[in-house]
Design a protein around this ligand. Structure first.
Ligand code: ADP
Ligand code: MG
Length: 354
């Protein structure tokens, strides 16, 4: 399918094609740039791409999600165009010595973008992995994830952590990636087969580089400066309580970081021991912390989460960067359909994603 799309665009077959999943974070929000632990899982939805190298420093990209075929030069700066993510990934692969001197690329995707499901990480990890595989370069998936993060941080200008890139590079559907974002050590944990992790979009669209995400990262920088360390999620109670004189809202941001990290550790244990009720409680507590301490929710999302819980989810919370986007809810398989119908009827702007 993606190969056909490539041929239709470029009149020749691609040299490589691949699929990279999107991800949803089950718990552990805004801790991945603060030395905390996260617990994302891969979606069945994702991005397919096909690629052939070029030698003329040109980049041509066709994506089903956009009408124009992008004509870029490999060494172009970012221009706030949808093709920046792919151009930036190719440019970095080239700078690192394994990428081609240009490329033709076709993209198809069933992953909504700007929904907090990491279409951007799926795109950048997909391009970097394809370049690595074409060059038969000896680069691990973790190294690919680190490079993909650099594309977002340095080329696009989104100060995101490492979670999304690690999740899409390593996790697979049915497994959660318990990731230490400081050491990048990870563990794959099976999700319960009796329950579904439902992803529902609130209908509220957000854009990360709109600035609110960046303000949160700057607030965390203020905590780091006060604490004298970057891994603020790892603070002990005494270290955290010593920050009590930090002005509002910085102290509340710190409280979210410290306890969200601890909740994620507990949630990982709950999954491993099959304690789904505890897992759900931790999801609910995470939402309260995001709403009140990190202030990254919006009223429509709060209402959706409240009804998700009221209509019988074991747990429900906002997921992703915040200020709109998706919620994730843990629901028993047997109740899933009735729960979904009731929730979507009560929230006409919301829609089912995965
Ligand atoms: P998300 O939460 O989905 O990661 P971002 O705003 O971080 O949202 O990234 C979305 C951007 O990723 C899009 O604006 C586009 O530049 C790129 N992108 C995502 N999906 C596609 C696609 N199918 N084709 C081309 N570019 C895509
Ligand atoms: Mg993104």
């Amino acid at each position: 399918m993606i190969d056909e799309k490539f041929k239709a665009l470029f009149n020749h077959a691609p040299e490589i094609s691949s699929f990279t999943p999107g991800r949803v974070n089950l718990i552990g929000e805004h801790v991945d740039y603060n030395g905390g632990r996260v617990l994302p899982t891969a979606l069945e939805l994702g991005v397919s791409l096909a690629m052939s190298p070029r030698s003329d420093w040109q980049v041509r990209i066709g994506s089903e999600s956009f009408e124009d075929v992008a004509k870029r030069e490999l060494l172009d700066e970012a221009t706030d165009h949808w093709s920046d993510y792919i151009t930036g990934a190719l440019q970095l692969a080239h700078a690192e010595g394994f990428g081609p001197n240009g490329a033709n690329i076709a993209v198809t995707s069933n992953l909504p973008f700007g929904a907090g499901l990491s279409s951007s990480a799926a795109i950048t990890v997909g391009v970097l992995s394809a370049a690595r595989d074409l060059a038969e370069a000896n680069i691990t998936d973790t190294e690919i994830a680190i490079l993909a993060r650099r594309v977002e941080n340095d080329y696009i200008g989104v100060p995101c952590g490492i979670m999304d890139q690690m999740a899409v590079a390593i996790a697979r559907p049915g497994q959660a990636l318990s990731l230490d974002t400081e050491s990048l050590a990870f563990d794959l944990v099976d999700l319960p087969k009796t329950h579904h992790m439902a992803v529902i979009h609130s209908g509220v669209v957000r854009k990360l580089n709109e600035g609110r995400y960046k303000i949160r990262t700057e607030e965390c920088d203020a905590i780091k400066a006060a604490a004298g360390r970057d891994d603020i999620c790892q603070m002990t109670n005494a270290e955290f309580e010593a920050l009590i004189d930090l002005p509002d809202p910085i102290f509340r941001r710190a409280r979210h970081c410290v306890f969200e990290h601890r909740r994620t550790l507990l949630a990982t244990e709950a999954l491993k021991t099959g304690d789904i009720a505890e897992f759900g409680e931790l999801m609910n507590a995470s939402h309260i912390s995001m709403r009140d301490d990190f202030e990254m929710s919006v009223p429509a999302v709060d209402a959706l989460v409240a009804d998700a819980q009221a209509f019988g989810a074991i747990g429900a919370r906002l997921t992703g960067g915040g200020f709109g986007g998706c919620i994730v809810a843990c629901v028993e398989n047997t109740r899933l359909e009735a729960w979904r119908d009731q929730l979507l009827a009560a929230h006409p702007d919301a829609y089912w994603v995965a």
